[in-house]
Design a protein around this ligand. Sequence first.
Ligand code: ADP
Length: 682
Amino acid sequence: MQKGNIGVTTENIFPVIKKFLYSDHEIFLRELISNAVDATQKLKTLASMGEFNGEQGDLTVHVTLGKDTITVSDHGLGMTADEIDKYINQIAFSGANDFLEKYKNDANAIIGHFGLGFYSAFMVARKVELITRSYKEGAQAVKWTCDGSPEFSIENVDKAERGTDIVLYIDDDCKEFLEADRISSLLKKYCSFLPVPIAFGKKKEWKDGKEVETGEDNIINDVEPLWTKKPSELKEEDYKKFYKELYPMSDEPLFWIHLNVDYPFHLTGILYFPKVKSNIELTHNKIQLYCNQVYVTDSVEGIVPDFLTLLHGVLDSPDIPLNVSRSYLQSDSNVKKISTYITKKVSDRLQSIFKTDRKQFEEKWNDLKIFIHYGMLTQEDFYERAKDFALLADTDGKYYTFEDYKTLIKDNQTDKEGYLIYLYANNQDEQYSYIEAAKNKGYNVLLMNGQLDIAVVSMLEQKLGKVRFTRVDSDVIDNLIVKEDKKDNDLLSEQAEALSAAFKSQLPKMDKTDFIVTTQALGETAFPVMITQGEYLRRMKEMANIQTGMNFYSEMPDMFSLILNSDHALIKEILKGEEDACGAEAASLKQEIDNVSKECDELRKSQEGKKAEEITTEEKDKIEQLDKKRDELKAKKEQLYSSYASQNKVVRQLIDLALLQNGMLKGEALSNFVKRSIELIH
Ligand code: ADP
């Protein structure tokens, strides 16, 4: 028996391995099985080159659990004692501490950098045995043993078959890895698509109501996963089935893209556009990244453009430097090329479905648009590609490209300043009457109810030139698209004031909600009272909900306009009633206010040009007094209108109807409305 020290410069690497790789303990299994698969592939290569002429036999890799051991055995090319010395004992480990310190959170980086794959066994084992016999003729089998110190021993042993057994004596604090379920799930995660069969335990079957083991090996992997096959040989069903294997709980995917590049880098894979039901799902299922069918990670940020990380599927590339840090990855030129390639492929595929099967594209648009919108919002080059196939949907369920839509509305929806006005709704039920009003005027109304639509609206305003988006309920119909200067309101200012004051006094108090009451001549057939909410502030508040750094807006109250239609018979009636009841008193109050104002104005005028110190205290007091008087008179006038309005059930009723129409009548106010309605009918 021979003894020696493993060739590392650091005194004792094993505690270091354990400590720094702590969070990623489980990858030891992937590393050992990958080595076994490599050894098997190498044997096949040697055989194909005529350098190995013996019997290959069953090349299955076996994973076996003992009482306190895990064994990984292969029938690959094995190693001689010299090779063990060269590949296992002499591991380059210069500058180890610096490197470990730098990358301590990235086990992959450490393992890759040092070729530490095999040594990752010490993350979970107190002792490791490597029993191996080389494929070379007459090779002597050897056993290498190491107990976690830099010391190892090596001795000759008998081993009947070619290949390597790695036996891990599992540490007491890693007993979880001795559970079959745990190993099963690790194999599923890391080894599902390895190119050599991996056996763990025996197949089970149901017999007499019990699950019993059969004599057959339980193969846990698919050695020829779908992405390694030629797209021309595959059917739609194959892609759907594979998707189900990857994400058993998900709905059928919308589309998929089979990637297959040889130059200037190697990349294969299948990306699926999922049908997502919720936000949680978006982040839950992820693209899996493989390197020659070995699972590496499901965090593909940096490799795949951000918006495509929402897709599902697999990518496999030996050209992605997996064993480096994320920040390095993003600057790697191969990775950049891959990312550009994938973006192009995805947009090409969408474009081609759009062209060849527009109907299908439209049917799936609602599920698809979140990906496309996200891409257009975050990536300029994707916007440029997608602008030709991205769709706008209207409230009648028709779809248009950006270009088509422009043509559609150009004649009827251009305002006096030459802006094209895109009218939209985000809730067909809540905004029903506004949508109807717009349609009656011959306008088209878009439906923008997606999660990202509010951001898309702002993006399109920037991109499409002289275009403005206006929600249908942001103003009364005549003001949505202003084609010529408006005719003046035909009410006298006194009348407008009387009406506004009456309605304002009866508005229910609502939290964080303010109303401005105005009168407008909207025609006899329009509603008597309408509520609108200006586009700008509302949109800013909605943006604040999906974007950080806009808190200022979300703190602001909602601003609505309550518009009284002076053309409507009911409003006219209220005005008439109000004038009959309060006219005389209002007129005398007005007279008083006018007098006070006049006096005040005259005083102010006489002070013009005077310096502050030239104005007497008496004069100042007088002005102050007059101002106060005027305020009191105004309040009195408002009180006059208010007490009239409070007697008039129609005022409250009209307000409530308008609130109801906008989904703003709730709780006690709603219940009062119902009671009052019954009384009115009775
Ligand atoms: P890497 O696989 O990254 O080269 P490892 O530490 O995992 O680093 O392995 C070092 C070397 O040991 C391998 O390159 C291979 O030559 C040899 N080796 C490891 N496991 C086996 C095995 N099961 N059969 C044959 N050779 C192996």
